[in-house]
Design a binder for this molecule. Structure first.
Ligand SMILES: Cc1ncc(COP(=O)(O)O)c(C=O)c1O
Length: 429
């Protein structure tokens, strides 16, 4: 039986049809193994063609003095230069005074914020978090592996909630935070989430901002890494979590993070943190213990490169032109190859860097191993869960941004074969 000959779910095949199907997939996989490729769908980073879009940065800045007369070559200016803060404050929908521009990594800012809370506590903390008996973080899953690794590295417990199409499962979150003061915070990638592509709606954001929490210093780490990373003209608008929190009487609840890592250079961009004025002031006080000021030369060349907020938006359209065909290829091949068999579901993101693939329960690890044998590197199964533990062993994160389109297509054809083979093996047992 060929792959597209039927729309009967694979799980309902007769023993005879299943045996034939299994043999067919085994031989397709054997052919891949016999002529292995060297393809990689693990890397959620810009391709060289995307990085080339920002090469003009390497010629900048033009001069070195900012509009307010700051010599960017010198020490100082902990909050970052005003002209760049203005551009990104506008794009992220926060007042310029409440946004700081830092070094190249927003993840580093997240780590600093978390360590500060542990060692010193926050604006609303009765004591440093490290002095609490236990600290727990809510982790929407699947989610960003580095959030979870950072949390684990600091000895913080993690409790998962499902990431739904409209954001994290807010009913589950409300129940967790209501009575347990050890639940101190949560992670969220609100726009084009890593890896599902989900966008947190205004309604869900408003409930997160307003919900009663037993911990007075409950903190939402609002990692808006993909706020501007649209793949289509149907652009998601991020909820204004800082204003929602302020309006709900919890002004210090949310801390927003973003960066130009996937706008200009992933290794030489600029990262941003935004929150209430009190939170920003406290962050900057602690920041002054570790640095005398950020790389303002880089900030100035970024400000000149973009010109204004529209300059950033125009630049992101060029990224989308490179990325969208790769994401379309993933959708087309998954649909063509797997659609008829009911062996997988996958996200169709309108932005961001990933496609979330859920295969038959108990087969994700096997799919990744089968792909590896065919020369295709996939992110380890379970990577998008705390401690790498996907209880259903079904989740695989696909990252199609780096390989050229032809390689994305070749890799996805092979991945589809691996998904079918693993499913057929499971149903044959
Ligand atoms: C959700 C999310 N946040 C943060 C980062 C890293 O950000 P930065 O490069 O600013 O440290 C990534 C990188 O993949 C990401 O996916």
């Amino acid at each position: 039986m060929t792959e597209n000959a039927t729309s009967t779910p694979l799980s309902q095949y007769s023993a005879e049809d299943l045996a034939a199907f299994l043999a067919e997939q085994q031989s397709a996989h054997a052919a891949l193994v016999a002529a292995p490729s060297s393809l990689n769908l693990t890397r959620g980073k810009p391709s060289s063609a995307q990085l080339d879009l920002s090469n003009a940065l390497l010629d900048g800045p033009d001069g070195f003095v900012t509009a307010d007369g700051t010599d960017t070559r010198n020490y100082g200016g902990l909050t970052g230069i005003t002209e760049l803060r203005e551009i990104f404050a506008h794009l992220l929908g926060v007042p310029t005074a409440q946004l700081i521009a830092g070094g190249n990594s927003s993840l580093a800012m997240m780590q600093s914020q978390l360590v500060n809370l542990l060692l010193h506590g926050g604006v609303d903390s009765p004591r440093p978090w490290a002095q609490e008996e236990k600290v727990t973080f809510i982790c929407p899953v699947p989610g960003y592996d580095r959030h979870f690794a950072l949390t684990a590295s600091l000895g913080i417990d993690m409790v998962t909630v499902p990431m739904l199409d409209d954001g994290p499962d807010v009913d589950a979150i409300e129940a967790l935070v209501k009575d347990d003061p050890s639940v101190k915070g949560m992670w969220l990638v609100p726009t084009y989430a890593n890896p599902t592509g989900a966008v947190c709606t205004q309604e869900v954001a408003a409930r997160l901002a307003a919900m009663p929490t037993a911990a007075p210093d409950f903190t939402i780490f609002w990692d808006n890494a993909y706020a501007l990373h649209h793949l289509t003209a149907d652009e998601a608008k991020s909820a204004d979590i800082v204003s929602l929190c302020a309006a709900s009487g919890h002004p210090n609840r949310a801390v927003v993070f973003a960066s130009t890592s996937k706008i200009t250079f992933a290794g030489a961009g600029v990262a941003f943190l935004a929150s209430s004025q009190a939170n920003v002031d406290l962050y900057v006080r602690h920041l002054g213990m570790s640095t005398i000021g950020p790389d303002k030369v880089n900030q100035l060349r970024h400000a000149q490169f973009f010109g204004d907020a529209q300059g950033v938006r125009d630049h992101m359209v060029k990224h989308a032109e490179i990325l969208a065909p790769k994401f379309a290829a993933v959708q087309r091949i998954l649909g063509d190859r797997l659609g008829a068999f009911d062996v997988a579901t996958w996200s169709d993101p309108k932005g961001g860097y990933f496609v979330n693939l859920d295969v038959v329960d108990g087969t994700a690890t096997r799919v990744v191993a089968l792909a590896k044998a065919a020369g295709i590197a996939l992110t380890p199964a379970g990577a998008s869960f705390p401690h790498g533990d996907d209880p259903r062993d079904r989740n695989i994160r696909l990252a199609p941004s780096v390989p050229p389109l032809a390689e994305v297509e070749q890799a996805m054809e092979a991945v589809a074969t691996c998904v079918l083979l693993a499913a057929a093996e499971k149903y044959s047992r």
